[in-house]
Design a protein around this ligand. Structure first.
Ligand code: ZN
Length: 266
């Protein structure tokens, strides 16, 4: 019988953006090469229920921000047998538009986020264009409405979501960014989300340029390494390499849904 506190993890790609490597590091990159971003939501599937990490953005937001929206995250979820309306818990890594949109996708879920993130995206920092650029007021308002509806749960630092699943505030990219640690058949996997956009950010200790606190971003790389069973158990938030390094769920889903609780194949 599978251990009740071990989970399967799925990365579901829903959007894409072409860009060059100097845009992905503070100080640029001496090798000016293509380095696009993929956009994901993640499903954490246990014996009793499935939890979701981040909610992505809708096609209209993709058009507004000139990102290539490929499909609703619901398409990938249905491909692995997850009905969004039945999801009870959604973890929000941080409140940026590409992680907190699609407001009606999980109508029955409780949303888990950090105290510091809500304070950050409703407070004085949003008066600075540089800091609010990746936030959308409508996403923040949607979260406020959930709070008033009793559908939000706040965490302060470390929080347990379910046995074998914890969140950990690392900050850096935004003030209240949290990473998610999940027990799987191969040990502790850390879903970094935007604590590290690419493998290169944390592996080479080279911070991503959208940042609230560089010290916390660098410390976050270290924290993730401590939380994960090995560096190969850390999953960056936007790296197209993830789809190459992990096996597809089934034929036809190679560039859409991969299994992160499986050992890397590359
Ligand atoms: Zn992001």
């Amino acid at each position: 019988m599978p251990d009740q506190s071990q989970y399967e993890i799925y990365a579901i790609k829903y959007a894409h953006l072409f860009r060059h490597s100097p845009e992905n590091f503070i100080g640029g990159d001496e090798h000016d090469v293509p380095m696009p971003l993929d956009y994901f939501v993640w499903a954490i599937k246990g014996a009793r229920k499935t939890l979701i990490l981040d909610t992505g953005f809708a096609p209209e937001m993709g058009a507004k921000r000139q990102r290539q929206h490929l499909r609703s995250p619901a398409v990938g979820l249905k491909a692995i047998g997850v009905e969004p309306g039945q999801v009870e818990d959604v973890i929000i890594s941080h409140m940026h538009y590409d992680h907190s949109g699609n407001h009606d996708l999980f109508p029955n879920a409780c949303f888990h986020l950090q105290d510091r993130e809500m304070a950050y995206c409703t407070g004085r920092c949003m008066g600075h264009a540089n800091l609010r650029g990746a936030f959308e007021a409508e996403d923040v308002v949607a979260m406020v409405r959930r709070i008033f509806a009793g559908r939000a749960k706040f965490h302060d630092g470390v929080g347990e979501i379910a046995p074998g699943i914890t969140v950990h505030r690392v900050g850096g990219h935004t003030s209240g960014l949290q990473v998610t640690r999940v027990m799987t058949r191969r040990g502790w996997v850390v879903l970094a989300s935007d604590a590290s956009h690419f493998y290169a950010n944390f592996q080479q200790h080279r911070p991503f340029p959208v940042v609230a606190n560089v010290v916390e971003m660098l410390e976050g790389y270290r924290t993730m390494t401590e939380l994960a069973s090995s560096p190969r158990h850390i999953i960056p938030g936007h790296d197209p390499l993830v789809l190459k390094q992990y096996p597809a769920v089934k034929p036809g889903l190679e560039d859409i849904v991969v299994r992160l609780d499986a050992d890397p194949i590359a």
